[in-house]
Design a binder for this molecule. Structure first.
Ligand code: PEP
Ligand code: MN
Length: 352
């Protein structure tokens, strides 16, 4: 149906490797109705001995393949020279990689080089979980009057052990969406996962969160890929993934659904009011205890009490089928606020 939201789907190999590889993947993706191809030409590899990308030669292949298939090409640019070359060979859209978004000097240089160029510019999140760098890169591109600016969520680097190559930290892209509601937000499940086994799961989650599309790495023979081979899908796996994805709509006009939703939201509003009232009552007690501690020269923080709160609340939570870590997280925040209130009380001069 035409009024239904259809996600943007960009797919293609991590890197251009040969004319044959590129031709083959474009032919296979075009058969799956994909009309926007991603392909890395200059690769930001961590180590100097890894494959660094083909460079300008690959832009010539792209130019030739564009004469054969009605598709658009997107590539990563990291320097003004990359932009000049990409535009020269008719690249249709460019993206800023995660290692570029971290650096406002580079982003500004690229924004200058793209000033007034009306092609879409896609901006990956910075490697580190710093929302303001991502916002800043979007603003710099918008100020340069490029074509449409889009954001790509590719996860964040972390030293912690995780099943993903880059931890998603979903709250960061969702906050970005509240700041730029009209900037399309795409997910890059390939660089989040680092593993083809999780691509469907991550993309589905993003779509359930109302993302506007995805950018997925697809290679004719993933096991032979020169970069990111563990995370690239074969065209068959990609077709299977597309068939499995459930596309939900952000709203529904079904009256039964709308009424039920309103009723349930009314109950949630009531419970939230009670939660806020309970927190207010708790903090009033915290304040009272603070006064006693002050009068009796007792420290604000007592380790045994904190341990007791932390463990009993987690046990209560588990009995009520709530996630223990979630409740402990909430109690850390509540306890932090309690300490702040009491520290303020004990540091105040006694009023007579
Ligand atoms: C890429 O898209 O191939 C890439 C290098 O991405 P990122 O900048 O997200 O690491
Ligand atoms: Mn890659």
């Amino acid at each position: 149906m035409s009024n239904q939201k259809q996600p943007v789907v960009i797919a293609g190999p991590c890197s251009a490797e040969s004319y044959e590889q590129l031709y083959q993947i474009v032919e296979q993706l075009f058969a799956l109705h994909i009309d926007t191809i991603r392909v890395g030409v200059w690769k930001p590899r961590s180590r100097p001995d890894s494959f660094q990308g083909i460079g300008e030669e690959a832009l010539k292949w792209i130019q030739d393949i564009k004469k054969l298939f009605p598709v658009r090409f997107a590539t990563e640019v990291a320097t003004p020279e990359h932009i000049d070359k990409a535009l020269h060979y008719g690249i249709d859209m460019v993206w800023l990689g995660a290692r570029t978004t971290v650096n406002p000097f580079h982003v500004q240089e690229l924004a200058e080089a793209l000033r007034g160029v009306s092609i879409p510019v896609l901006i990956k999140n910075p490697i580190n979980p710093d929302l303001s760098l991502w916002i800043g890169a979007i603003e710099r591109m918008q100020k340069s009057n490029v074509g449409e600016v889009m954001a790509i969520h590719r996860g964040f680097s972390s030293f912690d052990v995780s099943k993903f190559r880059n931890i998603p930290l979903w709250q960061i892209p969702l906050e970005l969406k509240t700041i730029f509601p009209s900037v399309p937000l795409l997910v890059d499940p390939s660089h989040i996962s680092g593993n083809r086994a999780y691509i469907l799961e991550i993309t589905q989650k993003a779509f359930d969160l109302n993302y506007d599309g995805c950018m997925v790495e697809v290679h004719p023979y993933p096991s032979q890929a020169l970069s990111d081979k563990d995370q690239q899908l074969s065209p068959e796996e990609f077709a299977h993934m597309l068939a499995q994805l459930k596309i939900r709509q952000p709203y529904s006009t079904n009256h039964v659904f709308v009424n039920q939703l309103e009723e349930l939201r009314g109950k949630i509003d009531q419970l939230d009011r009670e939660i806020v009232e309970s927190i207010a009552m708790r903090m009033a007690l915290v304040l009272e205890i603070g006064e006693y501690k002050k009068d009796n020269q007792v420290t604000v923080f007592q380790m045994e009490r904190w341990n007791e709160i932390f463990s009993t609340r987690a046990t209560w939570a588990e009995k009520m089928n709530l996630d223990k870590d979630f409740i402990q997280h909430i109690y850390k925040i509540i306890h932090e606020e309690s300490i702040r209130i009491q520290t303020e009380v004990v540091s105040q001069e006694k009023k007579n």
